[in-house]
Design a binder for this molecule. Structure first.
Ligand SMILES: [Zn+2]
Length: 146
């Protein structure tokens, strides 16, 4: 038996709605993405790169899982290969929005549900949904279909 599944568009995101970082939101809102990205570097790198001009640099990077060459932002790559490996990268010391953002930053912006994100940042799924699923969009985190 085959059933055609049509995506149901509900007005309100649920625990199973897929979210991601919508980078177009940053352009539209004219916010400083680069500055925000820098705030996610570890203390060591923040100090080291305070004077460096890495913004917008693209590096060819080979994805260890797929062996595919990807053009990646130098800042994001550094974060992924160093800062994100630190035990305190996603901890309870940072806010929910920052935590969610870091999850997407390091997973190559693969869409995840609030349930999945909550597990990764060790928070309550309903709290995560309330935070990112409301009317206000935080740091470009919004449903993939929205
Ligand atoms: Zn670092």
């Amino acid at each position: 038996m085959t059933t055609t599944l049509k995506p149901i568009r509900s007005l309100r995101p649920t625990l199973d709605t897929l979210f991601h970082i919508d980078y177009t939101w940053w352009n539209k809102e004219d916010r400083d993405l680069r500055l925000y990205l820098r705030s996610h570097l570890c203390a060591e790198h923040r100090a080291q790169l305070a004077e460096a001009d890495l913004d917008g640099d693209l590096i060819d990077w080979i994805d260890p899982n797929t062996a595919e060459v990807k053009r990646t932002d130098a800042l994001v790559l550094l974060m992924r290969t160093h800062c994100a490996q630190r035990a305190d990268f996603i901890g309870e010391h940072i806010g929910i929005v920052d935590g969610v953002f870091r999850v997407f930053l390091t997973n190559d912006n693969q869409p995840l549900t609030p349930r999945q994100v909550a597990e990764q940042i060790n928070r309550d799924a309903d709290t995560v949904l309330r935070t990112i699923g409301g009317k206000q969009v935080y740091q470009g985190i919004r449903p993939t279909s929205g």
